[in-house]
Design a protein around this ligand. Structure first.
Ligand SMILES: Cc1cc2nc3c(=O)[nH]c(=O)nc-3n(C[C@H](O)[C@H](O)[C@H](O)COP(=O)(O)O)c2cc1C
Length: 193
């Protein structure tokens, strides 16, 4: 059966480095037979500025954020995917605010009242695509650590594709065969090929 991959991209730049790499990952995964959905998390219609800590998700039986906007059903569908891929450029040594707006609300996918936290996940891998203009230790390492620990909290396996030294002009990434190949290999891996 074909794998389902949900890619949630938090770069505000639609034609930027991160979205280009996301496109290459998605193309390769589709080429390997996966069903891929790409979500532009930076341009969703949000009702709140991220998680507001209302704990409504913890009081309800459902694994769903109670803030009723475009992000809530996307997060609730994550457990249906074989891979949920969060994608972000490094902004000041962490993810973009745009990705955090959505990612923090993944708190609705655990119940913290007992340990290990009950979750609806049965088959999902959490993955990260990260880009940064600097070398790995200028924040990509920290970005990876954030989501590695998120995966631990959600009790999910974790994979990552980290691309340091991205060009100032994303057009210049187009001819980078090494990054293209790494992105394609990552897409094929997520697709299980
Ligand atoms: C506000 C801001 C903060 C940034 N902080 C970092 C950083 O801490 N480390 C780094 O390597 N690059 C940093 N960058 C560079 C971006 O991560 C890099 O250019 C990335 O590839 C941009 O992705 P995009 O084209 O998808 O926007 C920063 C860029 C911006 C705009």
């Amino acid at each position: 059966m074909s794998k389902k991959i949900m890619i949630v991209c938090g770069s505000p730049r639609k034609q930027g480095n991160t979205n280009r790499i996301v496109g290459w990952v998605a193309d390769a995964a589709r080429g390997a037979g996966a069903e891929v959905e790409v979500i532009d998390a930076a341009h969703l219609d949000y009702r709140t500025n991220g998680c507001i800590g209302c704990m409504g998700c913890q009081k309800s039986e459902e694994y769903r954020c109670v803030v009723d906007d475009e992000a809530a059903p996307i997060i609730a569908r994550m457990p249906e995917a074989d891979a949920v891929v969060l994608a972000s450029p490094v902004y000041w040594h962490g993810p973009t605010a745009q990705l955090k707006m959505l990612a923090d609300r993944m708190f609705s996918l655990i119940k913290v009242s007992s340990f290990p936290f009950p979750t609806p996940f049965e088959k999902t891998t959490l993955a990260l695509i990260g880009t940064g203009a600097g070398p790995m230790d200028d924040g990509l390492d920290l970005l990876e650590e954030v989501f590695k620990r998120t995966a631990t909290g959600l009790q999910l396996p974790f994979e990552s594709l980290l691309v340091p030294l991205t060009p100032e002009d994303p057009e210049d990434l187009e001819g980078n065969a090494e990054v293209r190949e790494r992105a394609a290999a990552f897409g094929r891996k997520l697709a299980g090929a």
